[in-house]
Design a protein around this ligand. Structure first.
Ligand code: AHR
Length: 330
């Protein structure tokens, strides 16, 4: 009788243990939307990193560019009692309350791409994102150095800045970097500054209106490649030659921008990597093993790609896009 009881107990224990170990690690991701090629690459990369990991399950929510949708998604994740939350916010402000709720629910939070303004008031495991101020500085510095190299360093040149989604840290940071660098190049005269909302369609529309209202545009700084590509369509439609009549500097380094540079229609793209799966996976694996992380901030190494390479920007030297296009993953 004793033996039977012991055997039954052992069996129950075994079933319980295997049921627990079979439970998936649930990782929820509140994404902004799908406004650009960069964003699609970011979603695809994180999705495949998580879904291809044995024992991990992804709960994905597309906020469709609306903060209220993202707040609702974060509260749903709390109700579902997910194991981890990945979050990137459409704008920088207005997250304090909901992210405190995530902290109160003791769900480890990983910040991806855009870091909210309240980051110093909340707990998070790690933040993986681009250095937006440096990316913006590189864009303008590239134009200034390129013009110098072309013997146009003393010429007054008209420059327009097409900004991303207003209030996004990618917009505020890049604008800060753009404007700071402009001070180093007094011959670059700012004649237009407007948001194209990080989309190709709005980039095209803003460029169309600038071409009608600004008599001479020499350089376009577009805070992402999608807006630069939309602007290229507008420039062509206006009978001008993109990449020649107007020098075009984008940001992100998506494949379509590489194609445009190699085709001579765009001049430069400053890299902002969307590939954070390689950062997220070891972090969650570490947490699962009981390792501790606290507010680790990582800006990945990023390059600058252009028509000829060799432009020295202090922190980085540009690389000829045609030489590395075959290695691009997105
Ligand atoms: O936050 C990163 C930015 O968001 C990328 O530069 C842009 O393409 C995206 O939409």
């Amino acid at each position: 009788m004793k033996k039977v009881l012991c055997f039954t107990l052992a069996l129950v224990l075994l079933v319980c243990v295997s049921a627990a170990s079979a439970k998936d690690v649930v990782i929820a991701f509140s994404q902004i939307g799908q406004e650009s090629d960069w964003r699609t690459a970011n979603t695809d990369d994180l999705r495949s990193a998580i879904e291809n990991h044995p024992g991990w399950k992804l709960v994905y929510d597309d906020g469709q560019q609306k903060q209220e949708n993202q707040i609702k998604a974060l509260r749903n994740f709390i109700t579902q009692d997910v194991d981890y939350i990945l979050f990137t916010g459409v704008v920088s402000t207005g997250w304090d309350e909901v992210l405190k709720e995530v902290n109160e629910a003791e769900i480890p939070l990983l910040l991806i791409d855009r870091i909210p303004d309240c980051a110093d008031k909340i707990d998070y495991v790690a933040a993986f994102g681009g250095d937006f101020v440096e990316e913006g500085r590189r864009q303008v510095a590239w134009a200034g150095e390129y013009l110098k190299k072309a013997g146009r360093g003393d010429e007054d040149v008209n420059i327009v800045i097409m900004e991303g989604t207003t209030g996004a840290s990618a917009q505020t940071g890049r604008t800060e970097g753009n404007l700071k660098a402009l001070k180093e190049y007094p011959h670059l005269k700012l004649v237009g500054q407007q948001s194209g909302n990080f989309t190709r369609a709005e980039g095209q529309a803003v460029m169309e209106s600038w071409l009608k209202s600004i008599p001479k545009i020499d350089v376009l700084i577009a805070q992402n490649d999608d807006m630069a590509l939309g602007a290229i369509d507008a420039i062509k439609a206006a009978g001008k030659v993109p990449g020649k009549d107007i020098i075009i500097v984008g940001c992100d380094s998506v494949k379509a921008a590489f194609d445009a540079i190699v085709a001579g229609e765009m001049n430069c793209t400053v890299e902002c990597t969307p590939l954070y799966g390689a950062f997220v996976v070891p972090t969650i694996e570490g947490l699962e093993k009981g390792e501790k992380f606290s507010k680790q901030v990582i800006h990945p190494e990023e390059g600058v790609f252009d028509t000829d390479g060799g432009i020295d920007l202090g922190t980085v030297k540009s690389v000829k896009a045609a030489d590395v296009i075959s290695q691009r993953r997105y």
